[in-house]
Write a protein that binds this ligand. Structure first.
Ligand SMILES: Nc1ncnc2c1ncn2[C@@H]1O[C@H](COP(=O)(O)OP(=O)(O)OP(=O)(O)O)[C@@H](O)[C@H]1O
Length: 448
């Protein structure tokens, strides 16, 4: 999930739902409201990184919201959506301070490209924390590879730190002062990934009233991380291979080729060689990006990392939660952390530490603050709220839990192939991705 939080303001409920779906599928955290007045209430209660608002709504409307933002939060970018007939007012809104406008109707690609263009880039500055011999050796190797311009394939189970390692390579390369652009190939629906990667020209599809550079161009001079590359469909793999071979890109709907100077890193939590041998991943692309493979072992294979990571995460989240001083790790709590197998790797440890910080009292993390299984939290909460739960809500929760179990079982049966799971369950790949994003949000660890 992207750390960015968006506020969507649209009075047409159907359109709002469709837009919300697009944004959630792309792993943005998003709050949606139906009027500018509700938006102001949400803005007072939460921090947002970008607001997307319709112009014409009952009440003060999008322009009223723009005026409010100019006074209250002038740095918060606002992207306006308007019917084609009212573009003039949108243009004057830009003069008043909106960052851009989207002319309705627009294709989902246009929305996602504009959002990624105006969202302030939050760089994850986490340096890899390592202490285990295996991890130290991996980091030393990564540092040597960083000096070259070779493509690097970073493998390892989900949550093991692949993205952290990719940033580390960029930061230790000669490109460190140039952009680092990451794109999660699994998070962006197939039909939008191509436009997001390669950009598009004006008129390439509905709502593309202006040209938009793709991720390759945004990464010019720097590094592009293709996260979860195994999830890219075969047709797009062929186009990506061509771009990597030719070192130039052509925007969708364009005729001009743009020369590229981009280093490409990729990650996968599936065995890319194995899926290349079954034809699910192009072998030629595999060999092109796998110039230098680096693999994180699972966290339980590098036990000496667990405590330094736990302490690092305690400091990091205590700061974010404004908890002072940083609580210490009690002895029994420490033993629990060391005894667990960590199937969700560092991400799971991160969740456990955040829970512990919320629950702890008295300056020390004790055994009872270490809740390893997120189901324990729900059970704890369920027990507290049983009286309040209506019959319907209970049934809804049970059905949802069943759905989660079915998805998890099918993922395991299909060795993590999203495509096969969607086929087997008779749902679209898009719906599956949406459901999996919701499961991740609920703290459910999904297999690689
Ligand atoms: N060695 C490390 N030092 C500090 N933080 C780490 C380390 N490894 C992972 N993390 C943290 O754990 C979380 C998961 O890491 P990351 O996103 O890099 O994993 P990933 O392998 O790319 O996951 P996925 O396969 O799900 O994309 C992040 O919050 C990251 O900051």
């Amino acid at each position: 999930m992207s750390e960015a939080k968006l506020l969507l303001v649209e009075d047409d409920a159907d359109l709002r739902e469709a837009l919300l779906d697009t944004l959630l599928l792309a792993h943005y955290e998003c709050v949606d409201v139906g009027s500018a007045e509700e938006a102001i209430i949400a803005l007072k209660a939460n921090h947002f990184d970008l607001v997307i608002s319709d112009v014409q709504m009952e009440g003060i409307g999008g322009i009223g919201l723009l005026n409010y933002l100019q006074q209250a939060q002038p740095k918060l970018p606002l992207l306006l959506m308007t019917a084609y007939a009212t573009i003039d007012s949108a243009v004057s809104a830009i003069k008043l301070g909106a960052v851009d406008y989207l002319a309705k109707p627009f294709a989902p690609e246009v929305l996602l490209n504009q959002v990624s263009r105006y969202l302030p880039q939050k760089q994850n500055t986490d340096q890899p924390v390592v202490a285990d011999e295996k991890s130290l050796a991996l980091l030393a190797l990564a540092q040597r590879v960083a000096n070259s311009d070779a493509s690097v394939m970073i493998m390892g189970p989900s949550g093991s730190g692949k993205e952290v390692l990719a940033r580390y390579i960029h930061q230790h390369s000669s490109r460190k002062d140039e952009p680092f652009i990451a794109i999660n190939c699994a998070a962006i629906p197939e039909n939008m990934l191509e436009a997001t990667l390669f950009g598009y020209e004006k008129g390439a599809f509905t709502g593309a009233y202006q040209a938009c550079p793709g991720k390759f161009e945004q990464a010019q001079g720097g590094t592009l991380l293709l996260d979860e590359i195994s999830e890219m469909e075969l047709g797009l793999q062929a186009k990506l291979l061509r771009v990597l071979q030719e070192r130039e890109v052509e925007r969708l709907g364009g005729r001009k080729t743009i020369k590229l100077d981009v280093r490409v890193l990729a990650t996968s939590n599936r065995d890319l060689k194995a899926i290349a041998s079954t034809g699910e991943f192009r072998e030629d692309l595999y060999y092109r990006i796998n110039v230098f493979p680096l693999t994180w072992p699972a966290l339980n294979q590098r036990p000496a990392d667990i405590l330094p990571l736990a302490r690092h995460l305690l400091v990091k989240h205590a700061k974010a939660f404004n908890i002072k001083p940083v609580p210490s790790l009690g002895e029994v709590a420490t033993r629990r952390l060391l005894a667990h197998r960590w199937p969700g790797n560092v991400r799971e440890l991160d969740n456990v530490i955040q829970r512990a910080l919320i629950l702890h009292a008295g300056g020390e993390i004790c055994e009872q603050d270490i809740i390893i299984d997120s189901a324990d939290v729900s059970m704890h909460l369920d027990a507290q709220h049983t009286e309040k739960t209506t019959e319907n809500e209970g049934l809804g929760g049970e059905l949802q839990a069943q759905e989660h179990v079915i998805i998890l079982e099918t993922l395991n049966q299909c060795n993590g192939s999203r495509k096969l799971v969607a086929e087997k369950l008779g749902i679209s790949a898009r719906t599956l991705r949406y459901k999996m994003a919701k499961m991740r949000d609920a703290g459910i660890q999904l297999p690689a």
